[in-house]
Design a protein around this ligand. Sequence first.
Ligand SMILES: Nc1nc2c(c(=O)[nH]1)N[C@H]1C(S)=C(S)[C@@H](COP(=O)(O)OP(=O)(O)OC[C@H]3O[C@@H](n4cnc5c(=O)[nH]c(N)nc54)[C@H](O)[C@@H]3O)O[C@H]1N2
Ligand SMILES: Nc1nc2c(c(=O)[nH]1)N[C@H]1C(S)=C(S)[C@@H](COP(=O)(O)OP(=O)(O)OC[C@H]3O[C@@H](n4cnc5c(=O)[nH]c(N)nc54)[C@H](O)[C@@H]3O)O[C@H]1N2
Ligand SMILES: [Mo]
Length: 754
Amino acid sequence: MTSKPDFTPYAGPAGGWGSLRSVAEILPREGNVVNVSRELLRQNKTDGFACVSCAWAKPANAHPAEFCENGAKATAWELTSHRADGKFFTGHKVADLLGWRDYDLEQQGRLTEPLRYHAASDRYLPIPWATAFAEIGAELNMLDPQSVVFYASGRASLETSYMYGLLARMYGNNNLPDSSNMCHETTSVALKTRIGVPVGTTKLEDFEHCDAIFFFGQNVGSNAPRLLHPLRSAVKRGCTIVTFNPLVERGLERFTDPQNPFEMATRGETRISAQYHQVRAGGDIAVLMGMCKYTIEADDRTGDVLDHEFIAEHCHGFDDFAAAARATTWESIEAASGLPADDIRAAAEVYASAKRVIGIYGMGLTQHVHGIENVEMIVNLLLLRGNIGREGAGVCPVRGHSNVQGQRTVGISEKPELVPLDKLKTQFGFEPPRTKGLNTVEACEGVLDGSVKAFIGLGGNFLRAVPDSGQVEPAWRKQRLTVHVATKLNRGHLVPGEVSYILPCLGRTEKDVQATGPQSVSVEDSTSCIHGSVGEREPASPHLLSEAAIVAGIAEATLTPNPKLPWAEWVGDYSKVRDAIAETYPHFFADFNAKLFTPGGFYKGNKARDRHFETASGKAEFAVPKMLDAAGFADAPGLMRLITLRSNDQFNTTVYGYYDRFRGVKGTRDVLFISPADMAVHGLKEGDIVSLRTEYGDGVERRLGGLRVTPYSLPTGCIGTYYPEANVLIPLAHHAEQSFVLAAKSVPVRIERE
Ligand SMILES: Nc1nc2c(c(=O)[nH]1)N[C@H]1C(S)=C(S)[C@@H](COP(=O)(O)OP(=O)(O)OC[C@H]3O[C@@H](n4cnc5c(=O)[nH]c(N)nc54)[C@H](O)[C@@H]3O)O[C@H]1N2
Ligand SMILES: Nc1nc2c(c(=O)[nH]1)N[C@H]1C(S)=C(S)[C@@H](COP(=O)(O)OP(=O)(O)OC[C@H]3O[C@@H](n4cnc5c(=O)[nH]c(N)nc54)[C@H](O)[C@@H]3O)O[C@H]1N2
Ligand SMILES: [Mo]
């Protein structure tokens, strides 16, 4: 269902008529226009359901249509009338399906019944739930708990996630990696050590009071479009937005509010960024060092630029940092950032004169070898003028999956020190394992060396999302057991272990009726607000179970019964799970059930926001970076920095369609974005077909071919292509130091002609 490839630059703003047209096109494709349209009006409303797309905050005073183009696509995707049912699976060999595109696999629609892989016929065949649970339980009991991984993708509710963490720990391990291992784990590590909390400090209302916003490496127009509304209002109020991004992303340039009839009718648009700086990939440490240097030296002259009181009372390590900033030369900053010093000074002037500043960032900072330093530098900048712990100011990592932050909050973590294990021990009367579990990279290493023998996936498409997918995929089959809890078929399901199951679950938009009646669930957004969510649609199939029921089914079949953890009772009434969560985490979740449907969500609290910094020194910590380049490899002639990108028509590995509207690419995803200057250097012309080859020096051949040369505005030396196709190019070892997040925004590659 793809059109002929077309490459026409897109002239429109983000939002506006283009986004309405895009929604209008997607609904018929999923075959369920009326139901989807009705359901969209309940999206992100207090008594409705929390969008399954991104984790951006859901306001108390919602718009009549509190959804964006991509949220609408996510809902339509879940409510599709297409079905990948038993008949579909009996009709297709797994080996054949493996040749299909990601798009075509998911386009088959919702999974309808539990399936078990049948090796002799190379097919997934339907089985009863009871059989699936009993067999999975028996398999798990034959395996060493250390060899089993419990992955979570970031969508499952707080209730299910809490149960899933208990399942893993009662079974005997902390092998609980989640998608944040590939995403904002860099944030969790850097913010925790620097300001004592692993999450952002900004709330939605801060956007009503800030004077300046600095935007680093987050593509708001595609990946968190609802954030465009507070940004637009901020700009209209006179707030200045300064953006650093190698690519010119339309949402960061201009936006037309589809909720605003006047703007729509007049084709009016709001310019979002007052300054837009095309930093080179990996150049943000240098940019931020330049901004800090400018600010500190301005204060050296006048004495009134820094917030001296805040620094004296609340910060540690300022003198060392200031000395390092003064000693850093503008030449080195220009070389590492790829930007003229004057551009950085212009940004710093905005910073130095703004009273309240928010620093926003996304994968452009976290997915680098020195991603931790990137995030630390944002913190340094904000601390200089007391921009943490104050209304209208703060650090704002824009999280990915709709409950990825919440999963960490309720115990999905491979790091035992982040989980109240003693509390769990008394609450449930078991001895929780204390050894560190496997993160995503270590889980892949375990698959490669054979020490990981089973993988349970609570959602997601692990095999497609991880780095070095070309290496991990063949090794994956050597596992004894793979289990996928999923709504739709994806490539990861098609690489079975010896014994394999696909367990289909309800989506968040669907009615979840249990013993005590209809149930609601909850999620945490990027601003630490917890929202209730209730689905109302008829389930895609009568055979679906809720994710909570599936986790409980596996637990009951695997674990010895524990009177303190009545799995079936919990599934019958999710409010009992919430009571248990509130008991484990009273500081966040007191009166959880009573507060569940608070308009705008209830705030979990954030010590750093109150200027209580629970760090090693008890103060906010300045950090001196050891390098200015986040890429982690040296420049060499012809060696390019590959940025792996999301299109506007995908959600991670889910490809909704083939139209990356803002970048003007239609009908294909096999493109190489490259600057005209680099095209000249490499002797390439538009439309040439090239390959990329990773240069990593570890003897492994990593190549991706068939990419169409597509001119795009990028700094020299930087190129882009789409994720997840590009993941074969990213070495497993090429990850952020300390956080282990894949360094997907600067992969060392060479371009080769085909
Ligand atoms: N529609 C839709 N929404 C989504 C998702 C989706 O796939 N589709 N995914 C969800 C998930 S899980 C996540 S984590 C988020 C991801 O959302 P983002 O954080 O926006 O992640 P990316 O799309 O990978 O893009 C990161 C941006 O960083 C820029 N960039 C790359 N390298 C650098 C650099 O070195 N410095 C700077 N300053 N910028 C750089 C890129 O040009 C790009 O604009 O979105 C979530 N929301
Ligand atoms: N090169 C490169 N690689 C990356 C990234 C990058 O920027 N570049 N980004 C990384 C990031 S930020 C992330 S978060 C990961 C994403 O990694 P994952 O979270 O593992 O992948 P998704 O594509 O979000 O998972 C999609 C699948 O989830 C299932 N699903 C959807 N809804 C539900 C549900 O409600 N319940 C259940 N049980 N299943 C459901 C469907 O079967 C669907 O096929 O990828 C990472 N990989
Ligand atoms: Mo993510």
